[in-house]
Write a protein that binds this ligand. Structure first.
Ligand code: CUA
Length: 393
């Protein structure tokens, strides 16, 4: 017995410890919003019941295995039993009752999660005060997330084709910025394959399907950064399709909106001006910068096939939320950004035929420096708090 106990204990401890991490970004057990709490309130008791069942079943099996083992001490068999009507009824009824109870609470939870609040908040958009029912249009694509804000509401807008969505007030990528304490309705679709939106501290997963709009919601109780990950296998860089929800106080959210609705500023520095010209001749085929090549400029775009870069510097991650734009001291991570511009597929795997993902642009070193100089003019750098809190490994 002794020689089994020690290895069994070690394997058990190893398995238990492997599940431990103080700073697990995708921890489902620490809800930070009402929807995640609704899920937690169901999964905790279910896990407890499952644990008790596990102990009884495996304890009982282990006991029987040990109690009736063949130790060669005699040749007598224990009493042979064939069927026990009462026992069989009992072990049918008990699991049925357990599953029915869990089923009822599951249906209640699902109903709660699919009920949407009528909430509204006052917001100033470009000088005009409007009432916004917080909602964000989400587009999943290989391999990043687009977030579109329509402050006039999406009623009456045709959102059925994720490749041709109506112009939005704000378009951003990989970082979903939300006001704290408000239920945010997500209207989600995909440009290509099925993805799944999952920010575990705020709510569970919901699939994002091409040609269809799926609805979901998020609410954060406190300002902070909540990490997420695409959770439907969607191709080569599925694991590199991350996102964050950045929850801001109402005042900070208003300040963010004020910045984001501005078009890009005209560059003045010679390198940045040269970088803008490179953007227009090379990058503008897929990327949009408001005021440079947006819909109002009549450009023929594969619009939104790549992140809108108007306020790139106000974000802290790029390439599907896998690289930090800033160093921990707040300075631009130039080395990584240049490597990305030099040969993106080497930094983040994309399909060989180059249909999706950022291609290698074949830029020279001076051109890369110019493009970086231009990109640096796009948007306001966030606070050190945000840079530190959003840092990805
Ligand atoms: Cu998108 Cu996995």
């Amino acid at each position: 017995m002794q020689r089994f106990l020690r290895p069994a204990g070690m394997v058990g401890a190893l398995l238990a410890l492997a599940g431990c991490a103080a700073d697990a970004e995708l921890d489902t057990l620490t809800p930070k919003g009402p929807d995640a709490r609704t899920i937690d309130a169901l999964s905790d008791p279910v896990f407890l019941v499952a644990g008790v069942v596990f102990i009884i079943i495996f304890g009982g099996t282990g006991y029987l295995w040990w109690r009736f083992r063949d130790d060669h001490s005699d040749e007598e068999y224990p009493e042979q039993v064939h069927g026990n009507f009462r026992l069989e009824i009992l072990w049918t009824i008990i699991p049925t009752v357990i599953l029915v109870v869990i089923g009822v609470f599951t249906i209640i939870t699902l109903t709660d999660l699919n009920r949407y609040e009528d909430n509204a908040m006052a917001l100033s958009v470009d000088g005009d005060t409007t009432t916004w029912e917080p909602e964000v249009v989400v587009v999943g694509q290989q391999w990043w997330w687009e977030y579109r804000y329509y402050f006039g509401g999406t009623e009456g807008l045709d959102l059925s084709d994720a490749r041709h969505l109506p112009p939005a007030d704000i378009v951003t990528a990989n970082q979903l910025v939300i006001p704290v304490g408000q239920e945010i309705e997500l209207k989600m679709s995909s440009r290509d394959v099925i993805h799944s939106h999952w920010i575990p501290a705020l709510n569970g997963k919901r699939d994002v399907v091409p040609g269809r709009t799926t609805y979901w919601k998020l609410e954060a109780e406190e300002p902070g950064v909540y990490f997420g990950q695409c959770t439907e296998f969607c191709g080569l860089s599925h694991s590199r399709m991350r996102m964050q929800a950045v929850a801001l106080s109402p005042a900070d959210f208003q300040a963010w909106v004020d910045q984001q609705v501005q078009p890009a500023a005209e560059p003045t520095d010679p390198a940045a001006i040269a970088g803008m010209a490179i953007f227009e001749s090379q990058c503008a085929r897929c990327h949009v910068i408001d005021g440079v090549n947006d819909e109002t400029k009549g450009a023929d775009l594969i619009a939104n096939a790549a992140p809108n870069l108007t306020h790139l510097m106000s974000r802290t991650t790029y390439a599907g939320g896998i690289f930090n734009l800033y160093e921990p001291d707040g300075s631009l991570d130039r080395t990584q950004l240049e490597a990305w511009l030099r040969n993106a597929p080497a930094e983040k795997p994309a399909y060989a035929e180059g249909r999706r993902g950022m291609p290698a642009m074949g830029l020279g070193e001076t051109e890369i420096d110019d493009v970086v100089a231009y990109l640096e003019t796009l948007g306001t750098r966030p606070s050190m708090d945000v840079i530190v809190a959003t840092e990805v490994e």
